[in-house]
Design a protein around this ligand. Structure first.
Ligand code: ADP
Length: 503
């Protein structure tokens, strides 16, 4: 292993493909990135060209290697992390996709999934898959392709087609068509996978009329999947995980009660719940966490805030209250508090734990003295309140004490927000020096599998101290603020529940 210097992480995201070479300290040695096209054939529909996904990914991998002048023999392993749920179907003989990739955001099958709710089957689906039935997940997208691409269903039944999430599609191409596989974390986002038995669920396959022969083999996230055929020498592909689970791993959330929150356009929070799959009917999803071969399966609770950084964009682009997102921090610091104002940015409904799709954005507590700074601060604070709601729901569902909240994503750069989160959640917030936690997670899985790193302690030792934010708000003030937020949310919910008058 001494001659091996690097791990190559392929990070296939929704808008770009990136490749990063990490060294043994987990430091970035080389990075290449390419954006690719988004296709919107109809309102609410989102597609990618699978060949463009593959070609952009391969090009960035070669570019990252070339930039550094690295030799293939110096790369110990390849790790893959990817946009989850996005669905690709291709011909097993030629490798040609039969249709564009249907992207996780695509809503074309929303009416189809509503039938599951109408038939009262929602809880049964959640019991098996851990998911709240939705068009996000791959199942209805795959069914749509089989129903709408001429001849697809017959070809699938004859065993001529393969299905995969983006990880499978990349593995297939990297191995020259030799390997058709996925990992537990990606499989758990298809809504076809039994997360308790760790196998495809016959009942759901029958319900969506999916021939089993087209499905990939499901393996632990950390194990050798095959060898690359396209990067010069052959390098083992040894780590695979969906983006959020990869980031949980990259943040070293290995133990029950470890939580990470990514503050991006929305927030994605995952709590490691250890070997127990905790079920929540409060709008949280249960999903598999990444483990290596030979280890017991691990699970996580997952929740999301729909509007987080997007609320800051709204302040900037629609209201013109700030010129840039980082400027919001100065506004927050210019006032002592929000002057009693709460902004609930429920622009597209409220997610967990309220689950009120018809709620809309609500501002309460305005007075004649309310200033721009108060308003901006209340909006920034809403990211922390919404994240805290998820955290409280996770603690309640799992019964686990919070160990630490690890953060990443664009808005985690806001020190005011991080301190406010620590105050509100009465928890230490840990922000790592490098926020490339998703790619790092894929690299860690691959590196552990091939012995590039001996164990998890070596990974923990890598975690360069970034910044820690400790709670400092007196308890009675914390309670008072949370109570105010609760009242504001009730206003947003009441707005949704009031019958609109007939015109
Ligand atoms: P995504 O991956 O979802 O595109 P990023 O992780 O790149 O998101 O984060 C960008 C988001 O974070 C934007 O919505 C932006 O408004 C917000 N953001 C960036 N910097 C700050 C900041 N200093 N304070 C508050 N919000 C910020």
């Amino acid at each position: 292993m001494k001659s091996k210097k690097y791990i190559l992480a392929l990070d296939q995201g929704t808008t770009s493909s990136r490749s990063i070479l990490f060294d043994r300290k987990g430091e970035i040695c080389s990075l290449a990135q390419r954006e690719f096209r988004q296709h919107y054939p109809r309102p609410g529909w989102v597609e990618h060209d699978p060949l463009e996904i593959w070609e952009s990914q391969l090009a960035t991998a070669r570019e990252a290697i070339d930039k550094l002048g690295a030799q293939p023999e110096e790369i110990a392993a390849v790790g893959i992390t990817n946009q989850r749920e996005t669905t690709v179907v291709w011909d097993a003989a030629t490798g040609a996709p039969v249709y564009n990739a249907i992207v996780w955001q695509c809503r074309r099958t929303a009416d189809r999934v509503k039938l599951i709710w109408d038939a009262g089957k929602k809880d049964a689906v959640q019991d098996v898959t851990g998911l709240i039935a939705d068009a996000y997940f791959s199942a209805s997208k795959l069914e749509w392709i089989l129903d709408n691409v001429p001849g697809a269903r017959e070809r699938a039944e004859r065993g001529e087609l393969r299905f995969g999430t983006v990880d499978s599609w990349l593995i297939w191409n990297l191995t020259g068509g030799a390997v058709h596989a996925t990992d537990y974390t990606n499989a758990s986002r298809t809504m076809l996978f039994d997360i308790h038995k760790l196998d495809w669920d016959r009942g759901l396959l029958d319900y969506f009329r999916i021939p089993r022969v087209m499905l990939p083999r499901v393996l632990p996230s950390g194990c050798v999947y095959g060898e690359t055929q396209v990067l010069g020498g052959s390098i083992p592909i040894a780590g695979v995980a969906g983006d959020q689970q990869a980031s949980l791993f990259g943040q070293c959330c290995f133990d029950p009660g470890d939580v990470k929150n990514t503050y991006g356009t929305g927030c994605f929070m995952l709590m490691n719940t250890g070997t127990e799959a905790v079920l929540s009917r409060q709008g949280l999803l249960t999903t598999t966490a990444a483990v290596c071969a030979g280890e017991k399966p691990q699970y996580a609770l997952e929740g999301s805030v729909f509007i987080a950084g997007a609320a800051i964009q709204w302040l900037r682009d629609e209201l013109g209250l700030v010129a840039t997102a980082p400027e919001s921090e100065q506004c927050c610091r210019a006032v002592e508090d929000t002057g009693g104002v709460y902004v609930v940015p429920a622009f597209s409904g409220l997610g967990a734990p309220y689950w009120e799709p018809y709620a809309r954005g609500t501002v309460v507590g305005l007075t004649r003295g309310t200033s721009r700074n108060h308003f901006v601060r209340a909006t920034v604070e809403s990211l922390a309140y919404q994240s805290n709601d998820l955290l409280v729901a996770m603690k309640k569902a799992s019964g686990l004490p919070l160990r630490a909240l690890r953060v990443d994503g664009g808005a985690s750069a806001n020190d005011f927000l991080m301190q406010f989160q620590a105050d509100l959640s009465a928890a230490a917030i840990l922000r790592p020096a490098s926020v490339e936690t998703t790619a790092l997670g894929a690299a860690y899985l691959a590196g552990l599998s091939v012995g590039f790193w001996p164990d998890r302690d070596a990974l923990r030792a890598n975690a360069r101290a970034g910044r820690e934010f400790l709670p400092a708000l007196p308890e009675e003030q914390r309670i008072a603020r949370l109570r105010g937020w609760g009242r504001a949310v009730r206003c947003a919910v009441a707005w949704a529940q009031e019958e609109p008058e007939e015109a």
